[in-house]
Design a protein around this ligand. Sequence first.
Ligand code: 13P
Ligand code: SF4
Length: 300
Amino acid sequence: MEILKRIEELKKEKNAIILAHYYQNADIQDLADYVGDSYFLSEIGRDSDAEIIVYCGVKFMAESAKILSPEKTVLFPVHGDATCCMEHQATPGLVEEMKKKHPNAKVVTYINSSSEVKAVSDACCTSSSAINIVENIDADEIIFVPDQNLASYVAEQTTKKIIPFDGQCNVHHKVTLKNIESLKEQHGELEILAHPECQKEIRDISDYVGSTAGILKYARESKKNELIIVTEKGIEHQLRKDSPKKKFYFPHMICSPMKRVFVESIAEALETNKGEVIMDQRLIEKAKRALLNMHKYAGG
Ligand code: 13P
Ligand code: SF4
């Protein structure tokens, strides 16, 4: 395909790499240099020698890459609004109000949040690193922003006091026990693998709870040939690549902001720098501390 060849040429010419999250469309995952969960991709972006990072994901991911490497050009090749719903839920003002109510607490903010909220936080976390970060940060009280489900999952694994914000992922939060029951009626009593953004009632009936990378690892290693997967459907591409003989069943879970990157928009971004992430230098400086602390406390 001509366009794929052109992308390869442009990558070499401009010293660029393409990063894609597991929820991206299959063709985008296939042309990316690295596919991963949000923690893995944050490290790859930070450590790469490339001058240009093309980030195929949602806005907070591309902005986090820019914050961690302001000297690099970060391109975000999306059509329309590709923001995670949680980027709009917490605000710096609401976080400051919580801080006033809990003056001894530190703020741990899920990376799925705006850069402005990161700027008033002590550390960021991802789903794969949240428990380590809460355990390693020097406070016994943690304001956890914005995902209430990840907050309650972390609270179940730590003796620290977790003070949750009341946000949620619209894709994961809406899955009900009834949805899972109906999958079981159709396919039998299967192992269930869920993302921690799911509600407690789903996590409680799951055999494994973890990040997208964790779900992939568990599915690869499982002796079972059929599994129920409770996370966004884009992960199916990698599940099938890893285990072509296994069958995976999903409740209806589509994150539309994750589906706004196209092969053509990647080529255009590499040709013209369209979609370059431009951020205020002061915001970068303020938000950077929380992201650096994420890597520090996660041990990465
Ligand atoms: P992961 O860090 O597990 O890839 O999660 C990102 C995300 O947006 C889940 O909805
Ligand atoms: Fe955000 Fe949910 Fe989409 Fe993940 S699945 S990017 S949390 S809206």
